[in-house]
Design a protein around this ligand. Structure first.
Ligand code: HPA
Length: 309
């Protein structure tokens, strides 16, 4: 037998008895959601709203357009984690926007920051607990489909979860939602129609397609981008899918929009860089903001959904 040429640790010859741990939601998740929602109400006063916004890259400016705004930083809300990514500030804002009462998550945390998935998705659960029945989620994404270009806005029609995780793993609290939530129409057809109509009336070009969520934080390899194309993905990103799963778990209707910031690895010249991704997202801000504003303005009067937690 050929000698092994690397140093080995003689004590590591025994097979490890460590078991693989699932990233599990805690059994008292419903109580934690209630506690966090109560902290928001205690800090902001009445803050229930029927419409929620997750302001991803390039849409952060919406938080400044909210009137009668009251805000609470994430680090003042129990169980929330603080984002470590520049450009993802981290505060929950309540107020009025486009004729509606809204709750906005300005900044999100990601799984790649090391937070467990139940905690990454807790802010969305808190919005749902505060009455949200329509959630608009936005993100930055890389193009997988070769017809897409940086600067395109893409209406999410569906997603593929390749994060390797699901935020619902763990005991299910039936007060939050069912054990096996349906994901057939995760991206609400009626909301998509409203968005298409608004885009047409504002002459904002809108692409549509499937978002594939990966855990990151490394960008994909060219081979992975080719694989994602074969799997049916049109864009790829590192957020959103877990938030949408949790929103659907709680019966919240979702509209998802991606800002295409770059060609996927290997589809263009050069390499990928977060600074450039953030820059393109910023360049798209005006169109993306106008589109989301138009969609929210076009929504009918919705009532705050009451939940017993
Ligand atoms: N890959 C993954 N996530 C991303 C990308 C990408 O190319 N661009 C923006 N977010």
């Amino acid at each position: 037998m050929r000698a092994w040429r690397f140093a080995t640790n003689p004590r590591s010859r025994q097979p490890s008895m460590t078991s693989v741990q699932f990233d599990c939601a805690p059994a008292d998740l419903g109580d934690r959601v209630r506690e966090a929602a109560q902290a928001v109400l205690a800090a902001l006063g009445p803050a229930q709203a029927p419409i929620g916004l997750v302001l991803g890259s390039g849409l952060g400016g919406v938080a400044d357009q909210i009137t009668d705004a009251r805000a609470i930083p994430y680090d003042k809300i129990p169980y929330f984690s603080k984002s470590t990514v520049p450009g993802h500030a981290g505060k929950l804002v309540a107020g009025r926007w486009q004729g509606h009462t809204v709750l906005a998550l300005a900044g999100r945390v990601h799984g790649y920051e090391g937070h467990p998935w139940w905690q990454v998705t807790l802010p969305v659960r808190v919005l749902a607990a505060l009455g949200v029945q329509v959630l608009v989620v936005t993100n930055a994404a890389g193009a997988v489909h070769t017809a897409l270009q940086p600067g395109d806005i893409l209406l999410m029609t569906d997603h593929i979860n390749l994060t390797g995780a699901n935020p619902l793993v763990g005991p299910n609290d039936a007060r939050l939602g069912p054990r096996f939530p349906d994901m057939t129409a995760a991206y609400d057809p009626e909301l998509r129609k409203i968005c298409e109509d608004v885009a047409a009336s504002k002459r904002i070009e809108l692409r549509r397609g499937v978002y594939c969520g990966l855990s990151g934080p490394s960008y994909e390899t060219p081979a992975e981008i080719r694989m994602l194309g074969m799997l049916g993905a049109d864009v790829v990103g590192m957020s959103t899918v877990s938030e949408v799963i949790v929103a659907r778990h709680m019966g919240v209707r979702v509209l998802g929009l991606s800002c295409v910031t770059n060609l996927g690895a290997g589809l263009g010249e050069g390499t990928l860089d977060h600074g450039h991704v953030a820059e393109v997202a910023l360049d798209t801000t005006a169109r993306m903001t106008a589109l989301v504003a138009g969609v929210v303005a076009a929504l009918p009067d919705l009532h705050v959904r009451s939940r017993s937690l």
